[in-house]
Design a protein around this ligand. Structure first.
Ligand SMILES: Cc1cc2nc3c(=O)[nH]c(=O)nc-3n(C[C@H](O)[C@H](O)[C@H](O)COP(=O)(O)OP(=O)(O)OC[C@H]3O[C@@H](n4cnc5c(N)ncnc54)[C@H](O)[C@@H]3O)c2cc1C
Length: 315
């Protein structure tokens, strides 16, 4: 293995990729190189974690245009003599992984939940069969593109690295970015939250979301939800969905409010350290999969929980 290249558009995820790359390097002897694109602050932050950090600049590389970013990364792979690329498995990272793998003629695995090196091979653990089981898979092509889920590795600690400029002749993909607008709601990063308060369809009144939000705030956590709460009811944004079609989360604490616990949901939360489920049906699937259960009606529990944690109940 020649070298390992890491890239993420998000600093915290790039720090985790750095740890992952170092782990592979320890077991293979490969060199680790980090790139940042049009982002000098990120290059410095990576160097501050001990990385050999490369800055790529180019006004034709628009970060929203994953085809252009993939071209830049292809250039970096070829110039820096790397054959393994680690990306983050957030929405943009996964799209990038597919595009880059196609350009490099590389094998590609995304949504990787665990990674180990055995006999020089990188073994990736991923959910399979709709989350009903897990599979350990390996890329056999020389070049490999792997997109890692958040929190698979801890963030790299502080260290002393260095920064170099990497000059590449990267053409844009022909896409012209007309406008970029922030989402109406602030982007939720439930995959990195330590505490999640998760709303299922058992929450009957939309106005009770205010209580849920207050409970989450009091625990310094984020509100997340099951898929139908976002896609059918449209009560919360889709970036708060946990599960197969949403995000894989590993919080220290997940409080599930009126969630039945179907496999497609559980895939996204089963690695939480502690799961507390509140459901009025003692036979709901989630009651078999939680660490603590309460068989109760949310109408009764939510005001009590809010009062206990915050001293008040929002009207
Ligand atoms: C290909 C595919 C992908 C999918 N991907 C996802 C995914 O990523 N994420 C996801 O979440 N789902 C996903 N689903 C859907 C999934 O199968 C379930 O339908 C969904 O998770 C159910 O959401 P829920 O638990 O909120 O609702 P329900 O299954 O309707 O459960 C509601 C629960 O609330 C309880 N309840 C009701 N009223 C109260 C009350 N007053 N107090 C206390 N408890 C109450 C009920 O007993 C019940 O257990 C997917 C499905 C498919 C086919």
């Amino acid at each position: 293995m020649a070298g390992i290249l890491i890239y993420s558009d998000q600093d915290p995820l790039s720090f985790e990729l750095l740890t992952a790359a170092r782990y592979i390097a320890e077991n293979t002897g490969a060199a680790v190189k980090a790139v940042s694109i049009n982002n000098h602050a990120q290059a410095e932050a990576l160097a501050g974690r001990g990385a050999e950090s490369y800055r790529i600049d180019g006004k034709e590389i628009i970060l929203e245009d994953t085809a252009a970013v993939a071209r830049a990364l292809k250039g970096a792979v070829e110039t820096l003599d790397t054959d393994v690329v680690l990306l983050s498995a957030n929405r943009r990272g996964k799209e990038l992984a597919g595009r880059l793998a196609q350009m490099l003629d590389a094998g590609c695995l995304s949504d990787v939940n665990a990674l180990a090196v055995r006999s020089g091979r990188i073994e990736c653990t991923r959910n399979a069969l709709g989350g009903a089981t897990v599979a350990v898979q390996t890329v056999t092509s020389k070049r490999k593109v792997i997109a890692l889920s958040a929190k698979v590795f801890a963030a790299a600690p502080d260290g002393v690295g260095h920064i170099s400029d990497l000059t590449l002749d990267v053409k844009g993909s022909g896409i012209k970015l007309m406008e970029s607008r922030a989402k109406a709601e602030e982007a939720a990063h439930i995959e990195t939250a330590a505490v999640l308060v998760v709303v299922g369809q058992g929450l009957e009144n939309r106005k009770d979301l205010a209580i849920v939000k207050r409970i989450a705030d009091s625990l310094k956590g984020e509100v997340a939800c099951s898929k139908p709460v976002a896609t059918d009811k449209k009560w919360l944004a889709e970036d708060r969905i946990i599960g197969l079609s949403g995000k894989i989360c590993k919080p220290d604490l997940a409080i599930l409010l009126g969630v039945s616990g179907q496999v497609q949901f559980m895939v996204g939360i089963r690695d939480a350290k502690t799961i507390v489920a509140i459901n009025r049906d003692e036979n709901a699937c989630i009651m078999q999969n939680a660490d603590y259960i309460m068989t109760a009606d949310l109408q009764d529990v939510l005001p009590e929980l809010s009062r206990a944690l915050t001293g008040t109940v929002p009207s």
